[in-house]
Design a protein around this ligand. Structure first.
Ligand code: GLY
Ligand code: MN
Length: 508
C-alpha cells in the first residue's frame, strides 16, 4: 500500500521552502507568493490524485490522466528506427562465434543523495542494440536460434514492467507490450520474469558479458528491477568457468560502433550544428569581467534551446590559468582582459555527442605571444586533419601534429630539447566520437564511416621552465572528422578557427 498521503503533504511544505528560495533569487520577492500558492495548489491536486489512484491499474491510470501529462510519450525511439537496432543485433550475431550468447544490461539509476537520483544515462551498447532509453533491462542475443520454454528465438529482452504509481511521478515507461511493437523484439518479458526461465548458460561454448562500471549495488532505490536481474544473472553465472568471456563483447561492440551508419552521422551532424551555434553565441557575447559560469550558461542555454537533451560531457570553460587544465570543469573564475578562454564542449542529441574545442581571447584580440602559440596549434591541427584518410593508421593525425608542435616550440625557444614537448602537449590528438564522446573503436586503420576528433593543444602554466611571456597560454583546437571513401569531411566546419576569423567574429 502506498503511503503517499501523509508523506506528500509533509513534502509539499519542504518543497515550498526550498523552491521559494531559488525562485526568489530568479524573479524577485514580489512574485514569490503567487508562484508558491500556484505551486502548492498543483502539488495538493497531485496529492489528491495520488490518494485516489493508489490501487488503480496502469490501464485505469491511462484513462484518467491525459496523455499530455507525460513528458516522454514517444520514448525517444524516433532517434533511430527499430530496423537500425535490429540490424545491429544481427551484425553482432554475425561476428559472434558458433554456439555463443551475449548479455548486455542497461545502465542502472545512480543515487545522488537521499531520494534524488542522477539524471539517467543509457549504456551506449544497450541503446545501440535496442533503442531503449530505460534502466532495469537486459538483452540476451543468441548466435543461433534457441528453444526457450515453449518458443524459438534468437534474442530476448527483459524490461521494467509498467508501474502506474511510478508513472505518476516520472512519466510513462515503455512496458512489455509496447516494447514488442516499438522496439521490434518479438520476445519481451517483464524483468521479474528472468528467474522464471531455465537458462543453461554452460551449454554455450562462449557467454559474452562485460563487467561494466555499474555495480549491482548502485541501484539502492530500485532494487527489485535491475538489482535482481543482475544479481540473478551474476549468481547464475560462474565467471571462473572457461566459457565465460568478459573481454570480447567490448571488442565486438567496438568493431560495430566505430563505423557509423548514415543515420548515425545525421544525428552527429545535428549535435555538431547545435554545438557550433553555442560556440558562435559565446564568441558574440564574451566580454572581460564575465565569469566562466556565465559563459557556460550561454553555451548550455544554446544547447537546450536548439533541442539538445544535455551536454555530452561536462563543459570545459577555462580562462587564463585554467586554460592550462585539460579537463577543467569547475568554471567559477572571472574572465579577465588579456586572457585566453578554452571552450571544449559538445551537445548530446538523441544519445550522440559532438566534441568541439575553440580557444579565443576574452577581449577579442590575441596578443603577439598568444598568436604565435595559436598558429602552431592550428598548423598542427590542419596537418592532423589532412592525415585523416582511409587506410591511414588511427594515430597518423597524432604523429604529424606532434612533429609540428615540436618544431614550433623549439623554433620559439619554449623548449630546448625536442622531448620536452611532452611538458606542454601531454595528450593524444584523437578519439572516436559517437554515442560516447570518447567512443569505442579498435584504433586500427581509418575506414569510411569512422568519426574521430583531431585536437592538438599547447598548455604552458605559470612557473613553467620558459620565458614568462608564454605563461598561462593554454590553447586547444578540436574538430570532428568523418572519414569518407575519398578523404574526409570536417563535420564541425560550421565554426571558424583562424585568428583573423575569430577576431572578426568577436569584433562584431
Ligand atoms: N572533450 C574532452 C575530451 O575530448 O577529452
Ligand atoms: Mn575531444
Amino acid at each position: 500500500m502506498y503511503v503517499t498521503c501523509d508523506w506528500l503533504f509533509y513534502y509539499v511544505g519542504n518543497i515550498n521552502v526550498q523552491h521559494s528560495f531559488s525562485i526568489y533569487r530568479m524573479i524577485g520577492h514580489a512574485d514569490v507568493t503567487s508562484f508558491s500558492i500556484r505551486f502548492i495548489a498543483r502539488l495538493l491536486a497531485m496529492g489528491l490524485l495520488l490518494c485516489s489512484t493508489e490501487l488503480m491499474s496502469a490501464q485505469e491510470v491511462d484513462s484518467v490522466v491525459p496523455e499530455t501529462h507525460f513528458p516522454n510519450t514517444d520514448f525517444e525511439t524516433k532517434a533511430l528506427n527499430m530496423e537500425f537496432h535490429a540490424k545491429k543485433r544481427e551484425d553482432l550475431r554475425s561476428i559472434m562465434p558458433e554456439n555463443s550468447v551475449a548479455i548486455v544490461f542497461s545502465n542502472s539509476i545512480k543515487n545522488r543523495s537521499n531520494d534524488v537520483d542522477f539524471e539517467f544515462h543509457q549504456n551506449p551498447n544497450f541503446f545501440y542494440l535496442t533503442g531503449l532509453n530505460e534502466p532495469h533491462a537486459m538483452l540476451v542475443v543468441f548466435k543461433e536460434e534457441q528453444r526457450i520454454e515453449s518458443f524459438d528465438s534468437k534474442e530476448i529482452l527483459f524490461i521494467q514492467p509498467r508501474d502506474s504509481m511510478k508513472e505518476i511521478w516520472s512519466g510513462k515507461t515503455m512496458g512489455v507490450d509496447r516494447a514488442r511493437e516499438l522496439l521490434g523484439v518479438k520476445y519481451v518479458f517483464g524483468s521479474g520474469m528472468f528467474t522464471e526461465f531455465d537458462f543453461d548458460f554452460y551449454k554455450f561454448d562462449k557467454v559474452f558479458y562485460t563487467v561494466d562500471h555499474t555495480s549491482i549495488t548502485d541501484d539502492v532505490n530500485n532494487r527489485r528491477d535491475l538489482f535482481s536481474l543482475k544479481k540473478h544473472f551474476v549468481q547464475m553465472l560462474d565467471t571462473t568457468k572457461r566459457n565465460v568471456d568478459l573481454y570480447m563483447l567490448r571488442e565486438f561492440m567496438a568493431t560495430l560502433r566505430e563505423v557509423k551508419e548514415p543515420e548515425e552521422v545525421a544525428l552527429l551532424r545535428k549535435a555538431i550544428e547545435i554545438t557550433c551555434g553555442a560556440q558562435h553565441d559565446l564568441m558574440a557575447k564574451l566580454n572581460p569581467g564575465m565569469y566562466e559560469y556565465e559563459a557556460e550558461a550561454i553555451i548550455e542555454y544554446a544547447f537546450k534551446f536548439q533541442g539538445a537533451e544535455s551536454p555530452g560531457f561536462p563543459s570545459i570553460i577555462g580562462g587564463g590559468k585554467n586554460s592550462c587544465i585539460l579537463h577543467y570543469t569547475s568554471n567559477r573564475d572571472e574572465l579577465k582582459d588579456g586572457d585566453l578562454l578554452v571552450v571544449d564542449i559538445g551537445a548530446e542529441y538523441h544519445n550522440y555527442s559532438a566534441d568541439i574545442t575553440r580557444t579565443f581571447p576574452v577581449n577579442g584580440k590575441f596578443t603577439e605571444e598568444q598568436k604565435i602559440i595559436y598558429q602552431i596549434v592550428l598548423d598542427a591541427q590542419v596537418a592532423g586533419i589532412a592525415a585523416c584518410q582511409k587506410g591511414n593508421k588511427f594515430w597518423a593525425p597524432n604523429e604529424v601534429a606532434t612533429k609540428i608542435i615540436i618544431r614550433g616550440l623549439v623554433e620559439n625557444r619554449v623548449i630546448k630539447k625536442r622531448m620536452d614537448y611532452r611538458k606542454y602537449f601531454m595528450h593524444g590528438t584523437s578519439h572516436y566520437l559517437g554515442l560516447d564522446v570518447h567512443d569505442i573503436g579498435l584504433n586500427g586503420s581509418l575506414a569510411p564511416g569512422n568519426v574521430l576528433t583531431v585536437e592538438p593543444g599547447i598548455y604552458i602554466p605559470k612557473g613553467s621552465d620558459c620565458d614568462p611571456k608564454w605563461w598561462n597560454i593554454g590553447i586547444r583546437i578540436e574538430d570532428d572528422i568523418l572519414i569518407t571513401e575519398d578523404g574526409h569531411e570536417i563535420l564541425s566546419d560550421c565554426i571558424p578557427k583562424t585568428i583573423i576569423e575569430i577576431e572578426y567574429l568577436m569584433a562584431k
